[in-house]
Design a protein around this ligand. Structure first.
Ligand code: SAH
Ligand code: SF4
Length: 395
């Protein structure tokens, strides 16, 4: 049976972002920053804390963008807010829906740059994979995003804005006057696994995730947020202290020689240094394990010996191993390991006592799978030579 064709839609139904104005965008401000701008706009200091709470709830709990709808604020105050501020989300340019229900949004941010956001529905959860940078400074040789130069970091508003535009599309804002449905949320988990290295944009990622976790904000538990890093060692302890979410690490290689080629940041912080930082990750416990992501590349990192080395290396770290069949992209220098090889690898990992789920590729028909995200901004492409040299793949 052939798979049904993906449904592709231009999103004309989703309202386009207001034209940029000189009004200050409140989206993504921390509570402290919001308080400061409200005071600067004339809010009496004594009232500021309460106003922050009220506005915060309208924006993040109820999905309201129009100050006039904030009915627990006095009319003249609403008018003042509307004159000076706006609540502006990034713009959804296109939305594609895969045959398996995965939704991929192409999102345009200020300056005309584009990132991708992917929603993955599963039986027990709905996960939103969000981007933290346009492009990436790193050049992991198997990653499509790695072929694109870093254009810029996303702001906290652009990061939390991805969560909000997905909730718009899923229709997941409470009806006025009704509590949000927490039990059966369509968007129940966030993974920072889209474009970019989140730990190279630490402050914006932290501020956005604080809004996602805020009891008066998006209200997701910190255990439902996973940040994936290629291994930016100096920021790992800070992630536990200042964000407190779960951690995933793009491991992918069991010797420095191989990992240098696949994840070139390994040349800066090698496997031993990375593992030391992970052993010290204060949140790591049996209920909050660190996920080791491991992409399965044919003939490169997928032998039985690799599997045995992997389990030996991570001994003592509360861990899960997530095997990711390589998602191919045009002219990629690797192939996906055969299924029997992936199974044999998974078996060794499992027998060593680790859960070793193989991540089912989702949304492949719309190029929404892990590592396939890349905006169409061709002018910002890295050269093949640069990627090959940095990854040590040059002839
Ligand atoms: N920059 C961060 C997060 C984004 S990548 C990081 O590197 O961890 C999210 C995950 O997808 C990472 O584990 C990454 O290594 C993996 N990935 C990248 N390209 C892939 C591909 N083509 N196939 C499978 N997984 C890929
Ligand atoms: Fe950047 Fe992560 Fe891709 Fe490496 S795998 S190039 S760190 S997005």
């Amino acid at each position: 049976m052939t798979a049904p064709a993906p449904i592709t839609q231009d999103v004309h139904t989703i309202p386009r972002m207001l034209p940029r104005t000189d009004r200050v965008n409140l989206l993504g401000l921390t509570r402290d920053n919001l308080r400061d701008v409200l005071i600067a706009a004339g809010t009496p200091e004594k009232q500021a804390r309460m106003r922050v709470g009220q506005i915060w709830q309208w924006i993040y709990q109820k999905g309201v963008r129009d100050f006039d709808a904030m009915t627990n604020l006095a009319k003249p105050y609403r008018e003042m807010l509307a004159a000076q501020f706006e609540i502006a989300l990034p713009e959804v340019v296109t939305r594609e829906v895969s045959a398996d229900g995965t939704r991929k949004y192409l999102v345009r941010i200020a300056g005309g740059h584009e990132v991708e956001t992917v929603y993955i529905p599963e039986t027990d959860r709905g996960t939103l994979c969000i981007s933290s940078q346009v492009g990436c400074t790193l050049t992991c040789s198997f990653c499509h995003t790695g072929t694109q130069k870093l254009v810029r970091n996303l702001t906290a508003g652009e990061i939390i804005g991805q969560v909000m535009l997905a909730r718009d599309d899923l229709g997941e804002w409470p009806e006025p006057g009704r509590a949000p449905k927490n039990e059966s949320r369509l968007l129940s988990n966030i993974v920072l696994m889209g474009m970019g290295e989140p730990l190279y944009n630490f402050e914006a990622v932290r501020d956005a995730m604080k809004i996602a976790m805020d009891p008066e904000g998006i209200q997701l538990s910190r255990r439902r947020i996973t940040l994936s890093t290629s291994g930016v060692v100096p920021e790992i302890a800070r992630t536990a202290q200042e964000i407190g979410c779960l951690l995933a690490v793009s491991f992918h290689g069991t010797t420095d020689e191989i990992r240098d080629k696949l994840v070139p940041i390994n040349k800066k912080w090698n496997i031993a240094t990375l593992l030391d930082a992970l052993r010290a990750y204060p949140k790591a416990s049996n209920s909050e394990r660190i996920t080791f992501e491991y992409v399965m590349l044919k003939g490169v990192n997928d032998s039985d010996e690799d599997a045995r080395r992997l389990v030996n290396l991570i001994k003592g770290i509360p861990a899960k191993i997530n095997l990711i069949p390589f998602n191919e992209w045009p002219n990629a220098p690797y192939e996906r390991s055969d299924w029997n090889r992936i199974e044999a690898f998974a078996d060794i990992v499992y027998k060593a006592g680790y859960a070793s789920p193989v991540r089912t590729p989702r949304g492949e028909d719309i190029m929404a799978a892990c590592g396939q995200l890349k905006s169409a901004t061709e002018r910002t492409r890295k050269s093949r030579a640069q990627i090959a040299t940095e990854a040590g793949l040059a002839e």
